[in-house]
Design a protein around this ligand. Sequence first.
Ligand code: ASP
Length: 332
Amino acid sequence: MKRRNFIKKASATGLGLVAASTVLASCDNQEKDKKVTSSGTPVRPLVIATWDTPLAVGTAAEVLQKGGTALEAVEQGCRIEEANEKGQSVGKGGLPDRDGNVTLDACIMNEKGDYGAVLAVKDIKHVISVARKVMEETPHVLLAGEGAKKFALENGFEAENLLTEASKKAWEKWKIKSEYKPIINIENHDTIGMLAIDKEGNISGACTTSGLAYKMAGRVGDSPIIGSGLFVDNEVGGATATGLGEEVLKTVGSFLIVELMRQGKSPQEACEEAIGRIVNKPGKDFKDFQVAYIAVNKMGETGAYSIHEHFSYNLFKDGTNTNIKSDFYNKS
Ligand code: ASP
């Protein structure tokens, strides 16, 4: 915001002069920080995604290399994991809720700051594409449950049973004890949060999941919630999360990371601080749950950090698609 416009706005909204000058100082810092981070040559195209997702990242990279947009890339990349029946935390084959229903959450955000999401949707595999349609073709941002499914069916998506034999078996085994512990399986995970920068330098992001296994019916985590599971600001960068959504929601993790990068932190520093906000809560017992973040800034610098070991991410950069082990907090 220009200084003059801000002052006008500040007095119109009754902000005192002291408060106004404090905020002005931070605006000036942002200008300074932008200069610091915008030196050098930006890396593009680039794709980064949570977990071991080489095919999804490769697909997104191909879209970008052919000149496609970051938005197109993240949608196409996420669809790969949604269709992968072996993955048990996203799309078809996702583990169900306690009642045996697979319900999916997804969101997408473009370089203009537009956003669309669907929550707790049954029977539709490619929820990331439904989220994009919500963003582009409705006056709304979030559609949930039956309404989201109705919207998907009206737009040509097909209904199918998302519960595979393997996931049904796992659920039946779980039902014997029916012991609900929100423990994240920290290995062999595939909930996908993806960020991409296209050749034009525009950033978009997407996130899609079946959420926590054996959750209560109707439970929605961070993944489809703007600022928690995903946030993109084309001036600054983007961030996305995976892990125990309740903890991400309570700290609005992805928005936090983007705002920290805006203030001059590197993506790595910002991810570490966001994890710190969770683990440093007084008396917080984090030994049984995982949360992980990835982030990218406008220059194509990336960061990743998790609470526990075994979080990895795929990065396509300078023509190479690599799975990288993330650094983590709990080294004890
Ligand atoms: N964050 C997702 C959720 O809480 C789960 C995950 O990433 O595995 O729904």
